[in-house]
Design a protein around this ligand. Structure first.
Ligand code: ZN
Length: 657
């Protein structure tokens, strides 16, 4: 592992806290050391308080900060003397410990100090670095891991047996460190957890971390257990959308709320999920408590979620029969599922969460494969994994996490999404927390929005094969489909019936009607597996109730679409699928309208453009965003008990009323 320390760069960081920031970021850059907020660092500094008294302060990583991007504000200052005194208490529960940490900070608004703060405090060195380095964790998670660690490091490290993070671990480290540490000690190896290094300067502590981890990597290399980690992959069924949606449905039921489920089918993930010995190697649990927290329970095999649920109840019967009634646990869903056909599935309330889980489990796969090459992966006993997963502190976080946006964990598909009402629908659904697949014939769709919650697919909705491929892609990307927004349509140039060309008529019907029939039919198997019930919102038109001359094809196609929606409402009510239609009028910020057309329409009525735009009873201007907000609301709880509705959004139209 490369030492990234650079004297010139470091010279810009002039005090101890700044140097603490510098080397924390160096650690954070290396994904094999820390991943997504894992690891923590600290520095002990003497400062004077408001009374002019000198105090020793521990600046330790605060929760919610990532080492890669941490700043000085990410290190809450805690009174060191108090932390050291706490380490001598016979016991302290987690909630008491958090209270002591928070109430002994010198900046009231600082973030909550790491749960490993007391551990940092008891190490009598100025700079302390802690990571869950892959190489070290791979070695400690084998049956003769302890001997291997002794062989690699001799008496340069203090070895700590596994104890759950928190007060007990700090206390044990305090005890063992004070007995075992010598002037040769440069670090501490925590079995099944990670590694600490320390020193009097930021550079020494950091360099020691890199050295300790490099030695573990070299050891693995010498046993042919480092790289490459190639896996065989066999072909699978290429239509997986239904199986994926079914799996997500059951997982979401276990969670008590909808979860996105991303599938990962690269050679590494699929190859791992197809291994013959998967049952043995994957069911022991992750390699470090940090990963247990983020990937949650033991990743499950295959699609038999009833088996999973049984395993879950056994879990409680065995480890915590009275203390934890399964009904009071908010969320019992797995966050990783391994299936030899589908690959690795990762679940989360948002696409970002599911991607973080994927990164973490990819590393877990590497750790397991390395340990296997060393003679056998051996993770913590099930009881220890249970304790971390249902740790009071983590449950408290879950309780607080209730404020996610309304459509979190749900998936929407919007047609004709590259502009106008469709684009506004994507935007509003994303704001409501949904993951959105936008489809359009316009290639701009692919880059329309950034971020992990959006996927843009070029698709001609009049092509059945392209629709089937798009739905398959949607299921693989996010896990299924909850909301279908049928927006794509055309408004052809005006043509009176006596001169209406059949090819124009057919073209309009193909897009405005036939394509929607195919979309409804093909999306149905997924919509009926939506954990919160499926929803369809159709963008109709004022022309259904109040047609205009010269718009026969358009008006007739939209009227037929309305009838199709009514039949779907009747047929799919038994599946809980709600189908509602909005009828917008005079939405002028769409691709169909430009200044010339607006001016010519206004001239036709002998009024100004502004008067033409607000030519409705309420005299209001209706925007794409107004329509999209109504569409998003129709997908939400306000319309939970409404289906088959036909709702105008037109500022009031005498002919419609
Ligand atoms: Zn740790």
């Amino acid at each position: 592992m490369q030492n990234l320390w650079n004297d010139q760069e470091a010279a810009q960081y002039t005090d101890d806290l700044a140097l603490r920031v510098y080397t924390s970021r160096l650690l954070g850059k290396e994904k094999l050391l820390v991943l997504h907020g894992g690891g923590n660092t600290s520095v002990k500094i003497r400062t004077s308080n408001i009374l002019g008294e000198e105090e020793d302060i521990l600046y330790v990583k605060g929760s919610g900060w990532d080492l890669e991007t941490i700043a000085a504000a990410g290190f809450p200052p805690v009174r060191l003397g108090h932390l050291v005194a706490l380490a001598n208490l016979p016991e302290l529960n987690d909630l008491q410990m958090v209270n002591e940490l928070r109430s002994h900070m010198t900046i009231a608004s600082a973030p909550t100090p790491s749960v490993e703060a007391i551990l940092h405090a008891i190490i009598p060195h100025k700079f302390v670095d802690h990571t869950h380095a892959d190489a070290v964790v791979s070695i400690t998670n084998t049956n003769d891991g302890l001997q291997r660690i002794k062989d690699i490091y001799g008496d340069e490290v203090v070895i700590i047996p596994y104890v759950m993070p928190g007060f007990d671990l700090a206390r044990l480290c305090n005890e063992i460190y004070s007995q075992k540490a010598t002037d040769k000690t440069i670090g501490m190896i925590l079995m099944n957890h990670g590694v600490f290094s320390f020193g009097e300067t930021a550079k020494i502590a950091y360099t020691r971390m890199i050295d300790l981890v490099t030695r573990a990597e070299k050891y693995l290399e010498s046993k042919n257990a480092w790289l490459p980690l190639e896996l065989k992959v066999r072909n699978t069924n290429d239509r997986l959308s239904h199986d994926i949606a079914e799996l997500r449905y059951h997982a979401s039921r276990g969670a008590g709320f909808p979860l996105l489920m991303m599938t990962h089918r690269d050679g590494h993930c699929l190859g791992f999920a197809q291994r013959d010995d998967l049952a043995t190697i994957s069911q022991q649990g992750p390699a470090t408590p940090d990963h247990v927290i983020r990937t949650k329970r033991v990743p499950m095999l295959g699609r038999d979620l009833t088996g999973y649920s049984k395993q879950y109840h056994n879990y409680f019967d065995e480890f915590s029969p009275q203390a934890k009634d399964p009904k009071t646990i908010l969320d019992s869903a797995p966050r990783v599922i391994l299936d030899p056909e589908i690959g690795m599935c990762t679940l989360g309330r948002s696409a970002k969460d599911a991607m973080i889980v994927a990164d973490i489990y990819r590393q877990t796969i590497d750790t397991i494969l390395r340990a296997e090459r060393l003679g056998g992966y051996q993770a913590l006993p099930a009881k220890d994994i249970f304790d971390v997963e249902y740790w009071d502190l983590e449950q408290a976080k879950l309780n607080k996490a209730g404020s996610t946006p309304g459509l979190s964990g749900e998936i929407a598909l919007v047609t004709g999404a590259a502009s106008g009402i469709g684009k506004a629908c994507v935007e509003n659904l994303l704001m409501q927390g949904a993951a959105v697949v936008g489809i359009d014939i316009d290639p701009a769709i692919e880059k329309l929005f950034e971020g992990p919650s959006y996927s843009g697919i070029i698709c001609d909705v009049t092509d059945d094969v392209q629709i089937a491929n798009t739905i398959e892609a949607c299921a693989r990307k996010f896990g299924g489909l909850d909301m279908l927004i049928l927006n794509a349509g055309i408004f052809p140039t005006s043509s009176r019936i006596e001169s209406l060309d059949m090819s124009l008529w057919n073209k309009v019907f193909k897009l405005n009607l036939d394509a929607n029939l195919v979309l409804l039919r093909e999306c149905y198997p997924l919509l009926r597996l939506a954990p919160n019930s499926g929803r369809v919102v159709i963008i109709g038109s004022k022309n259904v109730a109040a047609p205009g001359p010269g718009a026969a094809a358009y008006s007739a196609s939209k009227a037929a679409l309305k009838q199709l929606a009514r039949i779907a409402t009747l047929e799919w009510a038994q599946d809980g699928i709600r189908i509602n239609t909005v009828h917008p009028d005079a939405v002028f910020d769409t691709g169909i309208w430009n200044d010339d057309i607006l001016q010519s329409r206004a001239n036709h009525y002998k009024i100004s453009v502004e008067e033409y735009k607000t030519k409705n009873l309420l005299k209001v201007n209706i925007t794409s965003d107004d329509v999209a907000k109504l569409v998003a609301a129709m997908c939400g709880p306000l319309f939970d008990k409404t289906t088959g509705a036909q709702l105008p959004i037109d500022g009031g139209n005498e002919r419609v009323i």
